[in-house]
Design a protein around this ligand. Structure first.
Ligand code: KIV
Length: 262
């Protein structure tokens, strides 16, 4: 299993780190047999698996259910669990209860969005022995602050703020940082200014690694077509065709046949 130390080794050796999201048992079983380095049980589960418009509807119970299912399918990969909306802003005791539950459910590390005063809780979690991944740039839990999924860090002040945030997350002990929706040059600058790995999504090629939402890379999220996304499968249409084929076979009495009958 790749550990957080391996993340750093890969970063230092210039070997890109690969991550995908995972929310359920059957995709965990498949991912477990792939070469990707680690997976994130993201709060994007609220959108991808539950059909909400944003990630703010992810709750602890929802995350726990997904973490436990993923854990049952993953034998030897680093599992990072996402703190849901506001869970790290409800006081240290509540945050630590969340960490406790996540780790006991099978997570090896947690991810928390934001910097600023959030670095206090990150430091406490790290000091308690649990690795934390940071997340800056477009942080989807703050979507109403941004007014949409927009590229972040476009002006000089915003760029400098992102670099400061990345440094403060490193200072707090984060083992890596997700950079979401940034110009490639901004993500490059951040990556150069810190000594922990950066994992990009919509942040260009100069980060230490990449993460994509599994259903996006498999082409299952038909209506989601941002510029940064490469779809590696036409999953939506392939699955639709397979289900229709099954339907037709049943209607035409082609399924089940004699070999498929007892
Ligand atoms: O929840 C999620 O899927 C994420 C990734 C986009 C990094 O936070």
């Amino acid at each position: 299993m790749k550990t957080i130390e391996d993340f750093l080794k890969s970063r230092n050796a210039g070997i890109p780190i690969t991550m995908v999201t995972c929310y359920d048992y059957w995709s965990a079983v498949i991912i477990n047999e792939t070469d990707v380095d680690a997976l994130l049980v993201g709060d994007s589960a609220a959108m991808v698996m539950h059909g909400y418009d944003t990630t703010v509807n992810a709750e602890m119970d929802m995350m726990m259910y997904h973490i436990a299912a993923v854990r049952r399918g993953i034998k030897d990969k680093l599992i990072i669990a996402d703190f849901p909306f506001l869970a790290h802003r409800k006081g240290i005791n509540y945050a630590m209860e969340c960490v406790d539950k996540f780790v006991k459910a099978g997570a090896h590390a947690v991810k928390i969005e934001g910097a600023g005063t959030t670095t206090n809780i990150i430091k406490h979690i790290v000091d308690s022995g649990v690795p934390v991944m940071g997340h800056i740039g477009l942080t989807p839990q703050s979507i109403h602050k941004y007014g949409g999924y927009k590229i972040q860090g476009k002006n000089l002040d915003a760029k400098e703020k992102l670099i400061e945030d990345a440094k403060s997350l490193e200072q707090a002990g984060s083992f890596s940082i997700v950079l979401e929706l940034l110009q490639a040059e901004v993500a490059k600058k951040i990556t150069e200014q810190i000594s922990i790995p950066t994992i990009g999504i919509g942040a260009g090629k100069y980060t230490s690694g990449q993460i994509l939402v599994l259903q996006d890379l498999l082409g299952l999220t038909k209506a989601f077509n941002p510029k940064f996304l490469r779809k590696y499968l036409d999953g939506f249409n392939l699955i639709k065709a397979a289900i229709n084929k099954y339907n037709n076979d049943v209607k035409n009495r082609n399924f089940p046949n004699s070999e498929e009958s007892y």
